[in-house]
Design a protein. Structure first.
Length: 151
């Protein structure tokens, strides 16, 4: 009886490597978003506005102007995409939504995971105040249908 009880405890607490990998990827993804956000803040301090171009063009300015020279920050760990010394549409894992007036509102969406980077429809979003939130999508959502603000 004791052996069965110990076996049950072992099975219950058996490490779940896939679940832990997904959680680690989500954490790393959130850290990437925060690193990009810090580069955006530095850019804004220098130029008084954020880059006006969306996605690759806007984030490429951060790389080319040396606000963030670590290309791994621009690739979600939930993907197998590899950067090859530059940011391109096929290597960038995040959407960048430039604010209309150059300065984001605290609840305004600035950066988002590409849907599909993480299993289970999970997506990481970063807002104008620097907070990162995880959302679960019921279905893939095109870029233009992601919310501009979250209430």
């Amino acid at each position: 009886m004791l052996i069965i009880f110990c076996l049950l405890l072992f099975l219950i607490y058996l490490p779940q490597p896939e679940k832990k990998r997904v959680e680690a990827d989500l954490n790393d993804c959130g850290n990437n978003l925060k690193q990009i956000y810090q580069a955006l803040v530095l850019y804004q301090e220098k130029y008084e506005v954020l880059p006006h171009e969306a996605d690759t063009k806007g984030l490429n300015l951060l790389f080319k102007l040396h606000f963030d020279r670590d290309l791994t920050h621009f690739v979600c760990p939930g993907t197998e995409t590899q950067t090859r010394g530059e940011l391109r549409d096929d290597t960038l894992s995040y959407y960048y939504f430039p604010p209309k007036n150059g300065k984001p509102a605290p609840d305004e969406l600035i950066l988002a995971d590409h849907p599909g980077n993480h299993p289970g429809g999970q997506i990481r979003l970063l807002f104008g105040n620097g907070t990162v939130k995880t959302f679960r999508l019921d279905k893939p959502v095109p870029r233009d249908e992601l919310p501009a603000k979250v209430k």
